[in-house]
Each structure stands twice: as C-alpha cells, then as structure tokens.
Design a protein around this ligand. Structure first.
Ligand code: PLP
Length: 385
C-alpha cells in the first residue's frame, strides 16, 4: 500500500524562477528572469577560499559561525549603521538568507500567530509562515510606487499579530524603505509584543544617492528584530548560499535552538575567506555604484521599446509595465516573450498569493553589458517583426 501523506504546503508548486529558467534554457533565451549575476565574482575572494582549504580549514567550525567572521560583521554594522552588536550573542552565520528567514520564523511562530507580510513578496515568506501553522496577513504595497500603506498595517494589527516582515531594497520591485518608514514601524510596534523580520539581502545595492534604511539604525527596532543578509547577493556568488542573521540575544537564543538541529554550522573555508575579505571595505562600498550603472544601462536601452519603467532604487531588479503594447496576463506575456522574442523575465503576479496582476514584468539587470544589450536587441526585433 502506498503510504498516505498530508502535505504541509498543498498549494506549493515549482517556483516561477525555476519554471522561467527552464523555459529560457529550452528556447535558448537570454535569461533576465532569475536573480543571479552572469559575471564573475571577485577573484580575490574565491582565491581566499582556495587558500583556506589548502591551509586546512576543512572541518566543522563554531555552530554560530566562525568567530572572526562574526567579529568582522559586528564591525561593519557598527561602521555603516551605528549598530551595537555582540558577535558572541547577536550574530549567526547561516547557509543563505532564505535559511535565516525560515529559521527566525520557525523559532518564534506558533499555530494561529498572525504575520503581516507585504505583497508582492519574495516567494519563500508565505510558505515559511504556513509551514509553521501561522497565518499570513497579506497587505498589498501601493501600486505603482510599491510603498507600504501604513494605515492598512495599523488596521491589520490584532492581539494575534506576532511579526511584521519588511524587505528593503525590495524584490521584485526595487522599492526602498525611507527613514520615515522606519520611524513609523517603530511607532506601530512600540509597547507591543510584535516582532520584526527585516530582509536586507540587497543592503549594498541602493541607488540614486539614497542611504539604506536598515533596521540596524534603530535601537528601538533592533530590540524586536531579526535582520537577515546574504553574502551571495553582496559578493555575486549566489551559488555559495551563505548568509547571516543579526538579532538581540534573547531572540537569537531561540533562533540558534532551531539552527543547532538543522544545518548546525556552515561552510568553514568560505567563512575564513569572507572574514578576511570583509576587512577590505571597498569590497562592498562600491557595489551600489556598479549595479546602478547596470540598471541605468538597461533602462536607457528599454526606453526605445514600448515597455514603461517603474523606477527601482535598489536590488538586482527593475519592473516594467507593458500596457502600451499588450493586454495579456503577465504570466502569458512572460512565456510568449521567452518563446518568441528569446528573452526571459519574471511575471510580478507570481509574487502575490492570489495572482494579482498589474501587468508588470520584472527584469534582472545584474548581468554583463553584452547580456543586457543582446536581450534588448531581441526584444526590439520582436516588436519590429
Ligand atoms: C528578498 C530576498 N531575500 C532572500 C533571498 C535569498 O538569499 P540567499 O540566496 O542568500 O538565500 C533572495 C534571493 O533572491 C531575495 O531576493
């Protein structure tokens, strides 16, 4: 007899990123869909990994992360955001930011707890909430600015509200939070038991002279926040799946209880390399400028097409509306463009649980100049056919 299973995530299918990347491969399309760079990561960093392996750093390191790496991260957070973090108690290295987010949610959520989550949302958030028996309370970001409608947040709070999740710079839209947004979040959570999870994987990819509004800048928010980061996004090595979480000791204690019996620890040679590399602050301070040039280049190329830009201020992504040339649903158009124009993008409706469709596609510009140019040439050929 086949054993019976009750799925914890009965609605979950294959993620749109995998679907679109597979379709791109099948049709030989230029992939501006999935969020990964097609250019090389810094050679100095992977050379340090090779050196660490040759030097014998190949066994389990500390469960909470290599002490030198945690120390380097505490120094970086103090320098950039004025945050006071104890590397012993407040920082844990994880196998990627997605894992850090899942671990934080699993550490604190109980069945029936409510989590306020903004849509469009990075695809792991809602499944992670549901896996823990908690209830996602979905609020749509304002379209087309993709700002948080704080009045709706106030209205959504109930005695069961356990957590508010924020993400800046935002995937898929590139919207960023402002200092005022942090002040509002502070006021809303003040004197409550509500916690905050802040996904800041694109912290160094902020454009247009704006400053990254990290939750780490606010002492009041830091008392109630898990802040999650990704080395993969910062150093163009998404395949490394290395990240970390920062949180006050009481929250981190619970986080580590889950981590201890899951990954327990992560890749030692990469941690040795990252600890040394982080001492070179140029390694991350210039990243925003480089990525902004890519955003600007894609934007200027697409200006010659019927796509309408919805400006991004950070991340790897910019969204484009296509009401000027098609009324097709965004998933359908994304598939058509992959098959017929040879360019893969991501339909933004995939980031809403109910498939809300503003007819917008997400383009990833973390690509070589030649890739961006080839993609737009293909689109132009398609439009002129
Ligand atoms: C908003 C956001 N959070 C988390 C992640 C995942 O980071 P990692 O690859 O380190 O798990 C991504 C990756 O696309 C992302 O866009």
């Amino acid at each position: 007899m086949t054993p019976q299973l009750v799925s914890k995530l009965p609605q979950a299918g294959t993620t749109i990123f995998t679907v679109m990347s597979q379709l791109a491969q099948e049709h030989g399309a230029v992939n501006l869909g999935q969020g990964f760079p097609d250019f090389s990561m810094p050679a100095a960093l992977h050379q340090k990994v090779a050196q660490a392996m040759a030097d014998g750093f190949n066994q389990y390191t500390h469960m909470n992360g290599l002490p030198d790496l945690r120390q380097a991260l505490a120094v970086k957070a103090a320098g950039l955001y004025g945050a006071v973090l104890d590397p012993q108690t407040d920082i844990t290295i994880t196998p990627g930011a997605t894992y850090a987010i899942y671990t934080a949610l699993t550490a604190i959520l109980h069945p029936g707890d409510e989590v306020i989550v903004f849509e469009p949302a990075y695809d792991s958030y809602i499944p992670n909430i549901l896996t823990n028996g908690a209830v996602p309370v979905r609020i749509s970001l304002e379209y087309p600015s993709y700002q948080i409608p704080w009045d709706k947040v106030r209205e959504a709070i109930t005695p069961r509200t356990r957590l508010i999740m924020v993400n800046s710079p935002h995937n898929p839209t590139g919207a960023v939070l402002s200092a005022d947004d942090l002040t509002t979040l502070e006021a809303i959570t003040n004197n409550t038991n509500i916690l905050v999870l802040s996904d800041e994987v694109y912290e160094h990819l902020v454009f247009d002279g704006l400053a990254h509004a990290s939750v780490l800048r606010s002492k009041a928010l830091m008392e109630r926040s898990f802040v999650c980061f990704s080395f993969g996004k910062t150093f163009h090595c998404t395949g490394w799946k290395m990240g970390y979480c920062m949180a006050p000791a009481a929250l981190m204690k619970e986080f580590r209880k889950i981590h201890q019996f899951n990954a327990f620890t992560c890749d030692t040679p990469k941690q040795v390399a990252l600890a040394a590399y982080l001492n070179e602050s140029d390694a991350y301070l210039e990243l925003g400028k480089e990525m902004q040039e890519k955003r600007d280049h894609l934007r200027s190329l697409l200006a010659d097409t019927p796509f309408r830009c919805i400006p991004s201020h950070g991340s790897y992504f910019e969204c484009y509306a296509y009401d000027g040339f098609s009324s097709a649903p965004d998933k359908e158009l994304a598939i058509t463009l992959t098959r017929e124009a040879g360019v893969a993008t991501i339909p933004v409706s995939a980031f809403y649980l109910d498939g809300t469709d503003h007819q917008v596609l997400r383009f990833c510009f973390a690509k070589k100049t030649a890739t961006l140019e080839a993609a737009v040439e293909k689109l132009k050929t398609y439009f002129n056919r």
